[in-house]
Design a protein around this ligand. Structure first.
Ligand code: BG6
Length: 378
């Protein structure tokens, strides 16, 4: 077991290790010079079969499933194939209509989660090819898969998954870019631009981890650790980040928190939103993406509505966004990034917030009660 390297908890150490985990996961697999993504030896499925692909299925548990939900947007946007995301624990019971001509991606930090192992076996039984995304070399799920894409995040000890999550999202984006390359869905220039954006992520993550953000998240935890319920909100690819922000808070601080699509609040949860229920909302914007701008404008309107209901709003916003800073009670800024990659940065302040709330409450951050790092029994 690696030591804590001077950190008070493995969770904080692993949050701070994310820039390196991203660099180790991304850099060896891309070439800016040739504008190529190199995954053939790891995917181990030939180009002809990849060109004939009809659909992608994603199956996982816990935080890994949230990574899969962001992957759905990446694959549909870059590869233009239908993608379905399932809870591993529900997969075999819904008798999934899958088969030949499909890939099932099973995502797992540990590589030993029983539900995900069973789901991979079910997918193979139905004729689907499988790709495992795992953080542990030679794990059961990796050994049984047709192809394996390892996240190079290093050992993750803390039960709440942090660096493996951001590395999983980076690997899913790499795989989507690789499929679009093999299927000639993207021009060489576009692929080159995406590779440059991927290679810029570690430094942007470093920016998010600068002391200013750490202390801002610590102050937020001091201010909000007594609340008993939280609502985390996000639209489109940001919704899984809201889900994981809520999960982190639940896992390590034992506070009830729910992740929800922002647009869905008016169909029910809005009844709960007032001064007693803090709202944590992903309000970033990629100004080069019209869809992102549209969602951002709707999010602005939502925040105005929540404030009129006296809710306290904590926003994750893009650097320099004074509009959000004026509207929300508290704002944490992250560097600008393309819509499909921004989630990898957005989750970091939410991980820090959950961590500092748990510390403020004097809890065992790395070993929360009733949880284990890998559930090996179904
Ligand atoms: C839980 C862990 O046991 O399993 C979570 O506490 C994790 O952090 C989930 O997300 C899924 O685990 P894995 O290893 O399959 O990604």
């Amino acid at each position: 077991m690696p030591d804590k390297a001077g950190f008070p908890h493995y969770m904080l150490k692993e949050i701070v290790e994310q820039p390196k985990a991203l660099a180790d996961t991304i850099s060896p697999r891309v070439s800016l010079g040739t504008g190529e993504v190199r995954l053939a030896d790891e995917v181990r499925i030939g180009a002809e079969e990849l060109r004939a692909l009809r659909r992608i299925n994603i199956v996982a548990s816990g935080t890994s499933r949230h990574a899969g939900m962001t992957g759905q947007y990446m694959f549909q946007e870059l590869v233009h194939l239908p993608v379905e995301v399932d809870y591993a624990s529900e997969f075999e019971y819904r008798n999934p209509m899958i088969g030949r001509g499909e890939i099932t991606i099973v995502i797992t930090q540990s590589g030993e989660t029983a539900d995900t192992t069973a789901a991979q076996r079910e997918a193979k039984k139905k004729g689907s090819r499988t790709i495992a995304v795992s953080n542990v070399q030679n794990s059961t799920i990796a050994r049984e898969a047709d192809g394996v894409l390892y996240t190079h995040a290093g050992p993750e000890i803390s039960i709440a998954s942090t660096k493996a999550f951001t590395a999983q999202m980076a690997v899913l984006f790499l795989f989507a870019a690789y499929l679009s390359q093999v299927r000639e869905e993207l021009s060489k220039d576009d692929l080159g631009r995406w590779i440059a954006e991927l290679l810029a992520l570690p430094e942007k993550a470093e920016t998010v981890l600068r002391s200013s953000s750490l202390s801002a998240c610590q102050q937020l935890a001091d201010e909000f650790h007594k609340f008993e319920d939280f609502l985390f909100l996000g639209r489109a690819i940001h919704y899984p980040i809201a889900m994981d922000g809520a999960l982190k808070l639940k896992e390590v601080s034992y506070i009830h928190a729910e992740g929800y699509p922002t647009g869905e609040t008016k169909h029910g949860p809005n009844a709960l939103i007032d001064e007693h229920l803090p709202v944590v909302i992903i309000a970033t914007c990629d100004r080069n993406d019209p869809g992102s701008v549209l969602r951002y404008e709707k999010t602005i309107a939502n925040i105005r509505g929540f404030r009129q209901q006296s809710a306290r709003v904590i926003a994750i916003a893009t650097e320099g966004d004074i509009e959000i800073e004026r509207l929300a009670n508290r704002t944490i800024f992250i560097p600008e990034a393309p819509e499909l990659l921004s989630p990898i940065l957005e989750i970091i302040p939410l991980q820090l917030f959950a961590y500092y709330v748990a510390v403020r409450k004097g809890l065992d951050v790395d070993r929360p009660k009733n949880l284990v790092k890998s559930v090996t029994l179904e």
